[in-house]
Design a protein around this ligand. Structure first.
Ligand SMILES: Cc1cc2nc3c(=O)[nH]c(=O)nc-3n(C[C@H](O)[C@H](O)[C@H](O)COP(=O)(O)OP(=O)(O)OC[C@H]3O[C@@H](n4cnc5c(N)ncnc54)[C@H](O)[C@@H]3O)c2cc1C
Length: 290
């Protein structure tokens, strides 16, 4: 059955279409996930609401609490924005490794969150940055931490009448190091075997705060609680990097065998990659936009 498609031209139109009675509508943003689902028949929606032309979901703006990124921000747009580059280099590094340029031109932040794949690359970066997602419906707006929003395998806390409107990346602490690594079969057009994202703040030589997350090593984007506990309050010595990474690989992740890798490889590689990453002196550079 061909779905009924509503092309929304404003936030109000999109929210009205989502609030209609009957079968739940699927939101279409860049279409890089949803079109694949439709073509393979894995998703057969009766109704689709195309939000690509909704201007209110676009753009990046500075707010008192941090940087607000519209849900329709594409990877290509985030890669070009100097505010994102200096505020969230970790997110920029993740965007750079999503698909290839054609995909980056369409793939949106809201779509990565909406699919909630455990292999999504932007979501671990958002969790490590302590980002919050703003949901809008005709009933109002609410904000949820990204790590709560991604609540299960391809599951989110979004209600059927809600749109992902934007994401707030909170203001960063001084002297923060942001770390990112994706392991795939090759550098481009590769779905991850594992990803890891870490944001580390320091007071003197000691780690004062850590947030860390990983992808493709569990049923959803995982927060790395053991790693965070192991590192806080200590100087980041090479021995601590190795022991904390090993403890994290034992306790925080639940990898499986699938078409891209094995559980054994993932757990082993995860510990090695994380230890090496933590020991890197500079983290992701706040590089100029491409
Ligand atoms: C060849 C190829 C390579 C890829 N490589 C990668 C990769 O390396 N890393 C990676 O992470 N992903 C990759 N992807 C997946 C995809 O590009 C990303 O998940 C992308 O961020 C999805 O964004 P989109 O705008 O295209 O989403 P869409 O396909 O439009 O939507 C995806 C889902 O999110 C929902 N949704 C979208 N926007 C909203 C919104 N504002 N509010 C509520 N729900 C919404 C939709 O209903 C749908 O369920 C790849 C895809 C392809 C086809």
């Amino acid at each position: 059955m061909t779905p009924e498609v509503t092309v929304a031209r404003s936030l109000d139109e999109a929210l009205a279409a989502l609030a209609r009675d009957g079968a739940a509508a699927h939101v279409l943003a860049g279409g890089t996930d949803l079109m694949v689902e439709l073509r393979t028949g894995r998703t057969r929606p009766e109704r689709v609401v195309d939000v690509w032309k909704v201007g209110e979901l676009r753009g990046v703006r500075e707010e008192n609490e941090g940087l607000r990124l519209g849900a329709l921000s594409t990877c290509a747009e985030l890669l070009r924005d100097s505010r994102v580059a200096s505020h969230a280099p970790l997110l920029v590094a993740a965007c750079r490794e999503v698909g290839a340029e054609q995909i980056q031109a369409r793939a949106t932040l809201g779509g990565n969150l909406g699919t909630a794949s455990p292999a999504a690359d932007l979501n671990p970066a958002l969790v490590a940055l302590g980002a919050r997602v703003r949901l809008r419906s005709r009933r109002g707006a609410r904000e949820v931490a990204v790590d709560e929003f991604l609540c299960g395998y391809r599951k989110t806390l979004r209600e059927r009448d809600e749109l992902i409107e934007s994401v707030l990346v909170p203001t960063r602490p001084a002297h923060e190091r942001q770390l990112w690594r994706k392991v795939g079969t090759r550098r481009a057009q590769s779905i991850s075997k594992l990803t890891v994202a870490v944001a580390l703040a320091f007071e003197g030589a000691c780690v004062s705060a850590v947030r860390a997350a990983a992808g493709s090593v569990g049923p959803r984007t995982l927060r790395l609680a053991t790693l965070e506990r192991e590192l806080v309050g200590r100087p980041l010595s090479p021995a601590l990097c190795r022991s904390a990474a090993a403890a994290c690989a034992r306790a925080d992740i639940t990898p499986i065998d699938d078409v891209r890798s094995t559980a054994l490889y993932r757990r082993h590689a995860f510990a090695r990659v994380l230890a090496t990453l933590l020991a890197e002196p500079d983290g992701v550079p706040a590089c100029p936009p491409s």
